[in-house]
Design a protein around this ligand. Structure first.
Ligand SMILES: Cc1ncc(COP(=O)(O)O)c(C=O)c1O
Length: 388
């Protein structure tokens, strides 16, 4: 029922892709814990034959995520990297890819350390400047990879402008929408060909599951995604799909609180003497604040900031917090804190990392939905302990 576009986001997040079970009335999509399905006659099945190819719990999740992104077709994967890998499976040797220079470390790693060996070429550019993206394009460019807001500097890339450039070169434009979620930003509406997600983050929302997704409006592209999804086999189990489905039901209310808390903390950090710079697109001081306000409905729950501190002192700050947990990942209800230089972005060689603006004093925080005054007090006591 609620896949229908006449329903608003909050309604679709709870109902899209899901109907009460016809036989029992059970409200929630069951966890279909089986690998295979009875056939009525050889080759005649009821839509499912083997769970790598398709599973009813996964079907509901795929329909739910597609509806939230405003897309026709959704595919779920065992991780965000499984989804990203599926896009790269479409490329052929000799192809060229243009990507933003501060992509997630794992995306940088699969590009440069896995696919590099298959004679693909990758250029990492400052995509906040459409001129740089345009200048990096070649006749052989088949994929333009956008992450916005970027990780961890929260730069904003103009999705519509970048998709237009990709179109001119007949290249596919794919947006990693993990940080914003479809509640705040819908790249397909802005002209992107496909959207990818780490469902592990805000979509799941409770730090209890790893998953990924791809959504597109293009049937042919979806068929290709489906072919590689089934052939490579990075598919999620039904229990994981169930957990993400439970998560997306509360995505709008969680995101509202994430955004409110992040904005309050970013403002507090910006006026703090121990902090040199705050990266949050909701701040008027952010260089792309206007663009963010245009293409996003709010500014998200991630805040990065740079302390006037060494690598060791910064490590002490993130180790001293008590409410914020020192951990990688993001997007759960609880606040997390980390040091990109030694954790999420350690895979990027130091010179490249610093050149991209990821200096030693940088801290990234995933702002949870706790009481914001407790979060401020926690950071203050960590600063006091580490920088005394
Ligand atoms: C922006 C972004 N994209 C993709 C991924 C990869 O997702 P996963 O860890 O679910 O494989 C991550 C993980 O941190 C991420 O932050």
């Amino acid at each position: 029922m609620a896949d229908d576009e006449e329903f608003r986001f909050e309604t679709r997040s709870i109902h899209a892709g899901q109907e009460p079970d016809e036989e029992t009335g059970a409200l929630m999509t069951p966890i279909y814990a089986n690998s295979t399905y009875e056939q009525d006659a050889p080759g005649e099945h009821r839509g499912y034959e083997y769970s790598r190819t398709g599973n009813p719990t996964r079907t509901d999740l795929e329909a739910n995520v597609a509806s939230l992104e405003g897309g026709e077709y959704g595919r779920a994967f065992s991780s965000g990297m499984g989804a990203i890998n599926t896009v790269l499976n479409l490329l052929e040797s000799g192809d060229h890819v243009v990507a933003s220079e501060d992509v997630y470390g794992g995306t940088h790693r699969i590009f440069t350390q896995v696919y590099d060996q298959y004679d693909l070429e990758f250029d990492f550019v400052d995509m906040t400047d459409l001129g740089e993206t345009e200048a990096a394009m070649r006749d052989s460019t088949e994929l333009v990879w956008v992450e916005t807001p970027t990780n961890p500097l929260l730069n904003i890339v103009d999705i519509e402008g970048t998709a237009e450039i990709a179109d001119e070169y007949d290249a596919l434009s794919v947006v990693d929408n993990t940080f914003a979620t479809p509640y705040l930003q819908r790249p397909l509406d802005l002209g992107a060909d496909a959207v990818t997600h780490s469902l592990t983050k805000y979509m799941g929302g409770h730090s209890d599951v790893v998953g990924g997704a791809l959504v597109t409006d293009d049937e042919e592209l979806d068929d290709q995604f489906g072919f590689y999804q089934n052939s490579v086999g990075a598919t999620p189990g039904p229990h994981d799909c169930f957990l993400v489905l439970r998560g997306t039901k509360t995505l709008p209310v969680r995101m509202d609180r994430h955004c409110d808390n992040a904005r309050a903390l970013a403002e507090w950090l910006e006026s703090h003497d121990d902090v040199d710079r705050v990266y949050y697109p909701g701040l008027e001081s952010h260089p792309d604040h206007d663009l963010a306000a245009e293409q996003m409905d709010d500014f998200g729950g991630m805040v990065s900031f740079e302390m006037d501190a060494s690598l060791e002192e910064t490590a002490d700050v993130v180790s001293e917090t008590e409410v914020f947990t020192l951990a990688e990942s993001l997007g759960g209800v609880e606040s997390l804190i980390e040091q990109p230089a030694t954790m999420t972005h350690a895979a990027i060689p130091k010179e490249e990392r610093v050149a991209a603006g990821l200096r030693d004093g940088l801290i990234r925080a995933s702002i949870g939905i706790e009481n914001v005054e407790d979060l401020k007090a926690d950071l203050q006591q960590a600063f006091d302990a580490a920088l005394e």
